[in-house]
Design a protein around this ligand. Structure first.
Ligand code: PLP
Length: 372
């Protein structure tokens, strides 16, 4: 491509996607409006059943957000002061925030440089008699290497909570994520691969006792109206969002495929450059919630993309152990070197099912201008 002008390219195109399915979405919304069952209407249970089947889990419990899903999963395990939770420092803040909010401590474990996911080989050394759970995060749309984590967790009798907020639809060794640990948490934040038109989340489990407790916790600790057996929260998935999500779930696998094709195109275009493109582990299928690549010239890449009105982002510019909010967890600069390096070198490019492949050529041209 040689012309020096191009239309702006957004990081995400929610409008285009809505337009392509407007009738389906509008009629789902209208039917909820007609029913006036705004809280715990039939679409909530129907979506829970559909996602349980999709993730090969026995139970799925809708809630208000991915953050609430994580908090409720920890509440179900009665996590509190004095407890430790092992997780990655290279994730969205919510994964660790809920740990701190419940008064427990995050024990951060460094990541792998190729998948950006937690390094399973470092987990066992982080286990103490205070460890109450392990939260691996399936970052950017790709599963963590779960078998070694499950083996260590089983050996020590510690439950595993998958943070699957970014990866619904991904598989590990032929199995869908979300059915791999004791519990798994999804986010339906609008930009997610399966996004609602507001906040939403879900917890999956195949343990009936945990499912029962989760249902109570999301509804003020109550099984029977006005009887409160435990302390809970108000975190129900609203019916309008559930109805929208049921429509969108029908498209999810096609979107995952389209994202994968666009990732492949970026990989090909960047092949002989200095940019390190993301890898998909042999055990995995990747749904590319984000397409994140690395270069030492990251800041120059971001400047040039912005100059040409091309959407780009950094996930994540400061690893959690170096965030002021987590200073008292006891991890200093240099303690988790891979996460720290990635936060300096990583950048994310636009990736969505409707992204024109010609736009990708323009984007890569602008990257190569400053890296080669
Ligand atoms: C890895 C991860 N965990 C948790 C969350 C929290 O989800 P929510 O925004 O729905 O609260 C998000 C996304 O926002 C996320 O990316």
């Amino acid at each position: 491509m040689s012309n020096e002008t191009h239309k702006p390219i957004p990081m995400l195109d929610l409008k285009g996607q809505y337009q392509s399915m407007k009738d389906e979405i509008n009629s789902a919304i209208q039917s909820v409006l007609d029913s006036c069952q705004f809280i715990m209407g039939p679409d909530v249970r129907a979506l829970e059943d559909e996602i349980a089947v999709y993730t090969e889990s026995k139970f799925a419990i809708g809630c208000n957000s991915g953050t609430d899903a994580l908090q409720m999963a920890l509440m179900t395990l009665e996590v509190g002061p004095g407890d430790e939770i092992i997780t990655t420092p290279f994730t969205f803040v919510a994964t660790a925030e809920v740990v701190g909010l419940l008064g427990a401590k995050c024990v951060f474990v460094d990541i792998l440089p190729d998948t950006y996911n937690i390094n399973p080989d470092l987990i066992e050394a982080a286990i103490t008699d205070k460890t109450k759970a392990i939260i691996p995060v399936h970052l950017f749309g790709q599963s963590v290497d779960m078998d070694p984590i499950q083996a260590i967790a089983a050996k020590h009798g510690i439950p595993v909570i998958e943070d699957a907020a970014q990866a619904i639809g991904a598989t590990y060794k032929g199995r869908p994520i979300c059915g791999l640990g004791e519990m798994a948490c999804l986010s339906f934040f609008p930009s997610k691969n399966l996004g609602a038109y507001g906040d939403g989340g879900m917890i999956m489990t195949s343990d009936e006792k945990l499912a029962d407790k989760l249902r109570m916790i999301r509804n003020h600790g109550s099984r029977i109206q006005y009887q409160h057996d435990i302390l809970g929260v108000n975190s129900r998935l609203d019916t309008l969002q559930a109805a929208i999500l049921r429509v969108r779930l029908r498209h999810l696998d096609d979107w995952g495929k389209a994202r994968g094709e666009r990732a492949e195109k970026y990989n090909t275009l960047l092949k002989s450059s200095n940019v390190i493109t993301p890898i998909t582990a042999e055990t995995n299928t990747h749904v590319f919630h984000q397409y994140c690549a690395c270069t030492e010239k990251r800041d120059a890449v971001l400047d040039n993309l912005r100059k040409h009105q091309i959407g780009c982002a950094v996930y994540y510019p400061i690893p959690l152990h170096l965030q002021p909010a987590f200073r008292d967890m006891g991890f200093g600069e240099g303690s988790l070197p891979i996460a720290e390096r990635m936060s300096r070198e990583i950048f994310a490019l636009p990736i969505y099912p409707e992204l024109p492949k010609e736009d990708q050529e323009w984007i890569v041209e602008k990257i190569l201008e400053v890296t080669d």
